[in-house]
Design a protein around this ligand. Structure first.
Ligand code: NAI
Length: 483
């Protein structure tokens, strides 16, 4: 079976070499096609950081095993890591954080064993990177949480939890504040949870989760989160088990999967052959299991755990009373321990399963739609306008433009209502949301909205607008704070 390998930048080539050496010694039945992705590809003038040949190989073989990659700073280019995840729809980011015997942490010393899998949404949220300066003072980032995207991710989390015999799947969110976006994610969670009655499902607000993770991390099993919250929580979990050097990551899609360490290129230690290859090795082991090479995965993982348990360590962790080994020596130690079983956390050696070929050709992009259209009515519009005037003055001007179709309902600033009621203590920035509703309660159409836009633009710069829709009894927009 063939997979694509990108060695990466900084410490990438050193740790990749160590991992492939271990695979070779264990006769892992994989062929490698090395592809050109990374900083030096940007430098050669490929604006997305990968050559067309690399893209073609990855799309043909379906699996990319990659080292960390550097995104050049200040050149206006997007992160190669995020581009790869988004282009190939690797919608679920699976990160396993386990107590590793031999890697001392405050929890391992207290006898608290951790085994948490964080499933993070990988494509949506603010990571769409759709951002605009609305005024010189006000930046806007669009946060996309979609129903099909959330369902796809959450279903993966439950399936994965079932396969690994997990007991509990927890959804973490901030739906108490972001009622529409995180509210949608939470609704999707409980919708999917119904299909898995054998698993305990519950939810926790993300700030509460962080507190609970640092006090009782052993109470969590599988945790599923949106992109940004998942990114932050997974680094927190890495800290619980000894740091980024022990954090593997699998980016799972229906057609293409990317396996990589969570850490970056570590430029401070690059080229010295002292980096810790554990996180990349754990990512490689997850890849072997994904491909059905269970026996290879278990032998290598047991050898790694045995080495750690016996105090083998690179300079970034472990007992400083014992000398550290370099990257190559670490790999050699794992190889020399093939067949040994660690005293703690040993993995069962299951026979290899036949690997499924992943080659595919998509005829067209599938459109992800999960819900039939319900009756939709436009009942108003939010006009985001630039102004440095006080709310009362803005209201007077807006009311002049409301005409026979609209009435001005409210004005808010950064989400807090400042007209018709509000507080003089609310700080203002130079962008307001003037919310207009239908004057007679009758539904509006897009021409009505454009009419209002044209009229209002006589007085204000309109930065953006959002339609206010209802679906039957459901209001598809949020209220301003204090409305
Ligand atoms: P980093 O993870 O590269 O380094 C943070 C600290 O951890 C450094 O002190 C480093 O020496 C240490 N460290 C990281 N991995 C280690 C390992 N395997 N063994 C021993 N020590 C290790 O994070 P930083 O410095 O913020 O980012 C450096 C570059 O990496 C940036 O260009 C960033 O964009 C890129 N990056 C790439 C990622 C990827 O390809 N998935 C992920 C994160 C960052």
């Amino acid at each position: 079976m063939k997979i694509a390998v990108a060695k990466g930048d900084g410490i990438g080539p050193e740790i990749m070499e160590a991992v492939l050496k271990i695979f070779k010694a264990n006769k892992v039945p994989l062929e490698y096609e090395f592809v050109d992705i990374g900083k030096w590809v940007f430098d050669k003038g490929f604006s997305n950081g990968m050559t067309p040949e690399a893209k073609q190989v990855i799309e043909t073989v379906g699996i990319l095993f990659k080292g960390p990659m550097e995104t050049p700073k200040g050149k206006g280019v997007k992160s190669i890591n995020v581009t790869a995840r988004k282009t190939w729809n690797t919608y679920a980011n699976n990160r396993v954080f386990q107590t590793l015997h031999g890697v001392d942490t405050v929890f391992s010393k207290a006898g608290i064993l951790i085994d948490i899998t964080v499933v993070r949404e990988n494509i949506e949220d603010t990571y769409g990177g759709v951002e605009h300066m609305q005024t010189h003072d006000v930046a806007l980032s669009r946060r996309f949480i979609t129903r099909p995207g959330s369902l796809q991710l959450i279903r993966y989390a439950f399936e994965m939890a079932k396969k690994k015999n997990a007991k509990r799947v927890t959804c973490s969110h901030k739906a108490n504040i972001m009622k529409i976006t995180d509210g949608l994610f939470l609704d999707c969670f409980y919708e999917v949870a119904k299909e898995y009655p054998e698993l305990k499902s519950d939810d926790v607000i993300v700030d509460d989760l962080c507190m609970k993770l640092v006090t009782r991390p052993d109470t969590f099993d599988v945790v599923v989160l949106t992109n940004l919250q998942g990114d932050i929580v997974s680094d927190l979990c890495a800290g619980l088990v000894g740091g980024l050097g022990f954090a593997p990551s699998a980016n799972i899609g229906d057609h293409i999967c990317i396996f990589e360490a969570v850490h970056g290129t570590a430029p401070d230690i690059a080229g010295k052959n002292i980096a810790n290859p554990t996180a990349l090795l754990l990512s490689g082991i997850a890849m072997l299991r994904h491909l059905g090479f269970m026996e290879n995965a278990a032998i290598i993982e047991n050898a790694l755990l045995y080495s750690l348990e016996n105090g083998v360590h690179t300079g970034d962790f472990g007992n400083k009373n014992y000398p550290s080994v370099n990257t190559t020596q670490f790999a050699d130690s794992v190889i020399s321990n093939f067949g040994k079983i660690p005293a703690q956390g040993a993995k069962p050696i299951l026979p290899n399963m036949p690997a499924t070929p992943t080659n595919f050709k998509l005829e067209k992009n599938p459109m992800l739609v999960s819900k039939e259209m319900e009756e939709e009515k436009i009942v108003g519009v939010d006009m985001f306008i630039e102004s440095a005037e006080q709310p009362l003055m803005i209201a007077k001007k807006c009311e002049r433009h409301a005409g026979v179709k609209f009435k001005l309902l409210s004005i808010s600033n950064r989400g807090t209502q400042v007209w018709p009621t509000g507080s003089v203590y609310t700080n203002l920035v130079n962008q307001y949301n003037a919310r207009f509703e239908s004057l007679d309660g009758e539904p509006l159409n897009q021409q009505d909205i454009i009419g209002l836009y044209v009229s209002l633009s006589g007085n204000f710069k309109i930065c953006s607008l959002e339609l206010l829709n209802t679906w039957g009894d459901i209001r598809a927009y949020s209220l301003a704070q204090g409305q």
